[in-house]
Design a protein around this ligand. Structure first.
Ligand SMILES: [Zn+2]
Length: 95
């Protein structure tokens, strides 16, 4: 299926309280980090959070996905970076 949704290529995974969506292969470059290093070598995960949403469930889903990816790629926890690490942006500001 051809994907014409540009936003779906800005990062790799989107997480909400119910599901984890994998909409871009991990080995494709996305434009999520705000700099070339993060975009080229990083896997972008977007947390879809609303003020009335279940943040604990989103956090739990995120932890499961990150744990899976660390194990799958055999990398350690120091590989986890935030948007802030690349640009100084206050993101994520809920974690
Ligand atoms: Zn961000």
């Amino acid at each position: 299926m051809k994907d014409n949704n540009v936003r779906s290529r800005l990062w790799h995974y989107t997480i909400d309280p119910r599901e984890i969506y994998h909409h871009l292969p991990d080995n494709e470059i996305a434009h999520h980090a705000g700099n070339e290093e993060g975009n080229t070598y990083g896997i972008g995960i977007e947390l879809c959070f609303n003020k009335d949403g279940n943040f604990d469930k989103i956090f739990d889903n995120s932890a499961k996905l990150v744990a899976y990816l660390l194990k799958f790629y055999n990398i350690d926890i120091t590989a986890i970076k935030t948007h802030h690490d690349f640009t100084g942006k206050d993101c994520p500001n809920n974690i």
